[in-house]
Design a protein around this ligand. Structure first.
Ligand SMILES: *Cc1c(COP(=O)(O)O)cnc(C)c1O
Length: 349
């Protein structure tokens, strides 16, 4: 098969990924620090993320589905993988075959695992107030889990990225669960939960966003490094005369004779139309090029009037610092990562 390079690439900073993991690990009173790698490692590529973090000492990884678990195989030596969505009826073959544990989320899933799990260890999610996934507290303490071999008992914080009373309520509920339900380890905190302090760490934390350069709370500012740098090649440089318009709907009018760089990227790659009109820029040789006009499916235009030497084939670096980009365009930092499309070559540096 021939290698066809893409005109879009993500430069992925493996040192920053590992540094972010080490910082998160250092915040947790000696608790182990795992990694959420669902949605293909938040769009970076789960297998590469596992490899870099396992080499740094991370031992606990979390995917959403069994299809994601299968795609992560083979795992490095000594690494454990948990499947957050648990086991549906159609998952049992995968769950018995793959070296991964389900996170059981309901009495139905617990019954399924008792029947067909062959006594193997599992993880269990108990809902402490989010009402998304997990057994209700009264089910969990009421005998539904008796006799199960629970490796990790989990719960998930709903509002850890805010200063909400819900955090303390969920913490208290989880502390009570720890007294009531035997498990080898207990785990509550995502990235934002890590920032809430050591009380939230228990035995194992499960950050995702902050590993990949997201800043979940102000406590992480200055500690979390950018990991993902999207770049796109210029497809054409054109002259646009004063008064002419650019793109669908003619939303941009040249106020002077301009040079416009049209590049190989669009909303199909995750650059949704909300980026336009949000002062988004690309950088070419340390010069900022403003995004202009409406974003097309595969194309995006920048005002390159102040970059006279720019030419077809040059790479543009998109401004993609997650917190500031999120504040500008209104997409969450999570959406900015997971929306990055399949057309980017993912190049680890
Ligand atoms: C996604 C997820 C995480 C990681 O959350 P971040 O906010 O990305 O750190 C942790 N635990 C569970 C159950 C999750 O679904």
């Amino acid at each position: 098969m021939i290698e066809v390079p893409s005109p879009l690439r993500l430069r992925l900073d493996s040192e920053a990924l590992v540094a972010n993991w080490r910082w998160l690990a250092s915040q947790s009173n000696g608790a182990a620090c795992g990694a959420a790698i669902k949605a293909d490692g938040y769009g970076l590529g789960a297998r590469a993320v596992i490899a870099y973090l396992a080499a740094a000492g991370c031992r606990d990884f979390f995917v959403a589905t069994w299809a994601e678990a299968a795609a992560a195989m083979p795992l490095p030596e000594g690494v454990s993988l948990s499947v957050l969505h648990g086991v549906g009826a159609s998952d049992m073959v995968a769950a018995r075959t793959l070296p991964a544990r389900p996170v059981l989320n309901s009495v139905e899933q617990v019954a399924r695992w008792r029947e067909a799990g062959e006594g193997r260890p599992c993880d269990v999610m108990v809902d402490t107030g989010m009402n998304r996934l997990g057994l209700r507290v009264e089910e969990a303490v009421g005998g539904a889990l008796d006799g199960l071999s629970i490796e990790t008992l989990l719960s998930h914080l709903a509002s850890a990225d805010e200063d909400s009373d819900q955090n303390a309520r969920q913490l208290a509920a989880f502390q009570a669960l720890r007294q009531a339900i035997p498990a080898r380890r207990y785990s509550l905190a995502n990235s934002a939960g890590v920032c809430l302090g050591g009380d939230y760490a228990f035995d194992l934390t499960r950050p995702g966003l902050a590993l990949y350069g997201g800043t979940p709370r102000s406590e992480a500012e200055g500690h979390i490094r950018q990991v993902v740098y999207p770049e796109t090649r210029v497809l054409q440089v054109r002259s646009v005369l004063q008064g002419e318009v650019v793109g669908y709907g003619a939303t941009w009018t040249a106020r002077r004779d301009s040079r416009v760089a049209v590049a190989n990227m669009g909303y199909a790659d995750g650059f949704l139309r909300c980026h336009a009109g949000s002062c988004a820029t690309a950088t070419w040789q340390e010069r900022a090029l403003p995004l202009i006009g409406r974003i097309s499916m595969d194309l995006i235009a920048f005002d390159a009037s102040d970059a006279r030497a720019i030419e077809e084939g040059d790479w543009l670096a998109l401004d993609y610092d997650l917190p500031s980009t999120s504040a500008r365009c209104g997409l969450s930092q999570y959406e900015l990562l997971t929306g990055l499309g399949r057309r980017f070559d993912r190049i680890w540096i």
